[in-house]
Design a protein around this ligand. Structure first.
Ligand SMILES: [Zn+2]
Length: 318
């Protein structure tokens, strides 16, 4: 049951809204899992009552929970009137909305990693990214983060991370699916799926296998080469050993500069090669997804000239 809990928790963590209707819980067919998640605190009941729920008796009418008049009824402190069934008594878990507690989850994770004694959990991006502390692995310090909905927030997360920690010195534990992230702005970061390392136990998380993710081969490559030598064969630029995919436009842009062999090229000429009207040509449109490549390899003046930085001009053909 623990793994089902965790899978369901990860799924909930990736949903936009943090609020769940009580119906969603009762109709999910996974009521025991939700109750368990509530008992460990990953889910809590929200302050407000649900505005409308499905009548649990007839399952066809919508009813609106209200406080019960019989305050002595501890098990069912709420009630609602159904057109078909009359007054229905409701437990708190049937009347209140449920709320996901991602910050608590981040805290447990920190607890499971033994970090709470030395670090406090810090919000990096509200509701998305938390900094849990630092761990040491094979004499290397790594900053541990927890993130949710990373695919949606990839750019924001990448830009905050770049201010906080160098690629390879971080561990980002996440409820998100990892695969789609490997193609986005977080492709140079070490991402660890929560499901692969955590188990929900009675009092919170137990963490296992994190070591395997830290020592295993990751997307971080060992070489530090920075060059354009693979742009024609593989369509990628190498920056610090990392392969960066180029859009067709960025490829053409670099190719034009490469063919100029370091000489300045006016943007009119580049626009022509790209099949763009010179008057509407804006470099920003082409380089916005390739800022790092652009800043690494290209230089320009304020008269609309661009050229390849001399250290990246290949000697061949000269
Ligand atoms: Zn009813």
């Amino acid at each position: 049951m623990n793994d089902t809990n965790l899978a369901e928790l990860c799924r909930l963590m990736e949903v936009d809204s943090r609020t769940l209707s009580p119906d969603a819980v009762w109709l999910s067919g996974q009521q025991p899992e939700y109750l368990h998640l509530r008992s460990v605190g990953a889910l809590a009941l929200a302050q407000e009552l649900a505005l409308s729920i499905l009548c649990p008796e007839c399952c066809s009418e919508s009813i609106r929970p209200e406080p019960s008049v019989d305050i002595a009824d501890v098990a069912c402190p709420y009630r609602a009137y159904c057109m078909d069934c009359g007054w229905i008594n409701l437990a708190a878990v049937q009347a209140h909305n449920w709320q996901l507690q991602p910050h608590l989850l981040a805290r447990w994770l920190a607890g499971g990693l033994g970090l709470l004694a030395r670090y406090s959990v810090e919000v990096v991006i509200p509701d998305v990214l938390w900094r849990l502390g630092e761990i040491e692995h094979r004499r290397k310090r790594r900053t541990v983060f927890f993130g949710r909905r990373l695919a949606v927030h990839a750019d924001a997360v990448a830009s905050r991370l770049s201010q906080l920690v160098a690629p390879g010195a971080e561990v980002i534990i996440t409820s998100s699916d990892i695969e789609p992230l490997l193609l986005g702005a977080l492709d140079d970061r070490r991402l660890v799926p929560l499901r692969a390392i955590a188990h929900i136990r009675k009092h919170g998380f137990v963490i296992e296998n994190l070591d395997a993710f830290l020592s295993g081969s990751s997307t971080v490559t060992q070489t530090t080469e920075t060059s354009l030598r693979l742009i024609h064969t593989r369509g990628v630029a190498l920056v610090g050993g990392k392969e960066i995919d180029l859009s067709p436009q960025m490829y053409t842009f670099l190719k034009v500069l490469e063919e100029a062999d370091g000489d300045e090229v006016h943007k009119r000429f580049i626009a022509e090669h790209l099949g763009i009207e010179a008057s509407t040509f804006r470099t920003a449109d082409i380089v916005k997804r390739h800022k790092q490549v652009y800043q690494t390899f290209v230089d320009k003046d304020d008269k609309g000239h661009y050229w390849l930085r001399p250290e990246f001009i290949t000697i061949e053909g000269r």
